[in-house]
Design a protein around this ligand. Sequence first.
Ligand code: ATR
Length: 273
Amino acid sequence: MSDRYLVIGNPVHQSKSPFIHAEFAQMCGQDIVYDRYLVEADQFDHTVIELFSQDLKGANITVPFKENAYRLADEHSVRAATAGAANTLKKLSNGKLYADNTDGAGLVRDLTANHQISLTGKRILMLGAGGAVRGVLHPVLQQNPEQIVISNRTVEKATLLAKLFSEYGSIEGSPYEALSGHFDLIINGTSASLHDQVPPVPESLIHGDIVCYDMMYGSGDTRFNAWAKSLGAAKCIDGLGMLVEQAAESFQVWREVTVTDTSSVIDKLRASL
Ligand code: ATR
């Protein structure tokens, strides 16, 4: 019988994970089935416990349950612990539930492997201070950037996050209006694009050598990337590659198999948008 995996969330109908993991399984010769599973907010814990007590081998966890998944697990990776959230659950051979978070590794893999953009020694502006940003900070800091500055509308959240991660590298919070100096890379981890808005980044920060990365993606440029492009940003990347790379990391956690070439999956997804 094939090993069973799920993506669990609410909503979950839009998730591209079943397609991505089916592609990986075919490429790597792995016998798995991977489906969507919709769960109501008050049913998450007991549903997940029940599914894993049956034949479930692993799950991706999506909104709004990543923190619940983290709390439910018996063991945690460092990247899940620093994120305080898990997007990947795995049933270990001893029956315990292991929580990991592959979002940050997915972002780093997309930037470094797919786009040949090193983060080492770079000055990075991170926009937003919600779960999306917290989820990626540890892997990004592990690349040894010169500094990360976090800006957020509610500046206290940015300062708090910076304090939380200060043991892992040079990181500080800043209000948008106080941002200055040269940044090599801006990563948009806000949900502003969902409201067709752009975070209030001073236009003077966008220059001809800057790379802008939006964790969101869509059929055309995201609102943020369109804004950055119009101001002359050198390169604008959306989060589709991050989506595929975080899935490849999850696949590796579950199957102990490395997906070496994700480009065909990214291309197929891009064509389907
Ligand atoms: P997620 O888990 O996706 O990070 P979240 O925790 O709700 O979602 O966080 C959303 C982030 O986007 C927050 O940093 C939010 O800023 P506030 O903390 O000030 O609310 C940010 N955000 C949402 N809409 C925004 C907008 N229009 N402009 C700037 N920042 C925005």
